[in-house]
Design a protein around this ligand. Structure first.
Ligand code: SF4
Length: 259
């Protein structure tokens, strides 16, 4: 992550140094019904998948609320403000969503006080489950090429493509979403088109992805090595990032206080 941040394309900061994360989490926690959190699919899924861990804690149950706060602090422009009565009959569609991936949400804030993500994020889940370090199913930025190659080649794709000639639906496939992140637009268009018509198979599609993904990972690894030689640069960027993040978070909390 450090190497992604130092090229100036994003802000690197220590979240716990921006107190507004805790403030917004607290406010959202006050208005989020327990039932909505208990219905978050990953709440039950992870309890079943990670039996060796005790996940019967408030921290785990309330984690989607914290994640919502983390995102909403910096993305209010991508959020709609929930107000009772906007949806037909003032129903659930009008409530903010709180979910781990902001994807499959139960809703919160019947009082209409919190910003909610307007768009759904896609997570490239390589084994059909939610992408998570706990599951070991994510391609990490510092991953070495051979390990990344193995993960991609065994990744689950669109279940509709059982045979080479079956047409697919790229939007449900993690490989497609990785193409969107790492491949040039013409490749993304080609994959989108040829997957739907079974013009390409999944193996070829994955190989195309690797041609773009591996060099990107190599770039991150090289940048990381450079930073390891100059740790002071990271501290500098973090301090700047904390200031920048705090300024944005303060603005969002001011808007919250006015609602
Ligand atoms: S062709 Fe590519 S996008 Fe389509 S299902 Fe296979 S791997 Fe996914």
């Amino acid at each position: 992550m450090r190497t992604v941040a130092v090229d100036g394309s994003c802000t690197l900061f220590i979240q716990s140094r921006v107190k507004q994360h805790a403030e917004l989490f607290l406010l959202l926690g006050m208005i989020t019904p327990l039932g909505w959190l208990e219905r978050v699919p990953t709440y039950k899924e992870q309890q079943e998948q990670l039996k060796e861990k005790d996940l019967h804690t408030f921290g785990f149950l309330g984690y989607p609320v914290l994640q919502t706060a983390d995102v909403a602090l910096y993305a209010p422009m991508r959020c709609r403000w929930a107000r009772p009565g906007l949806a037909p009959g003032g129903g659930a569609r009008d409530r903010p969503q709180v979910q781990p991936s902001l994807r499959q949400a139960p809703q919160a804030d019947p009082g209409g006080a919190a910003p909610v993500p307007h768009r759904r994020a896609q997570d490239p889940r390589l084994d059909g489950r939610k992408m998570s370090k706990s599951y070991g199913n994510a391609v990490e930025l510092g991953e070495d090429p051979e390990s990344a190659r193995k993960r991609i080649m065994v990744a689950v794709t669109d279940p509709a493509r059982k045979r080479r000639n079956d047409p697919g639906h790229p939007e449900v496939c993690p490989i497609y979403w990785l193409h969107r992140a790492y491949s040039p637009p013409q490749t993304v268009e080609l994959v989108d088109r040829e997957c739907r018509t079974a013009g390409i198979g999944c193996v070829d599609c994955k190989k195309m992805l690797l041609q773009n993904l591996i060099p990107a990972l190599e770039k991150h690894r090289a940048a990381r090595a450079e930073l390891d030689r100059n740790p002071g640069r990271v501290d500098e960027l973090v301090q700047l990032g904390i200031k920048k993040a705090t300024a944005v978070a303060e603005q969002t909390m001011t808007v919250c206080a006015m609602r």
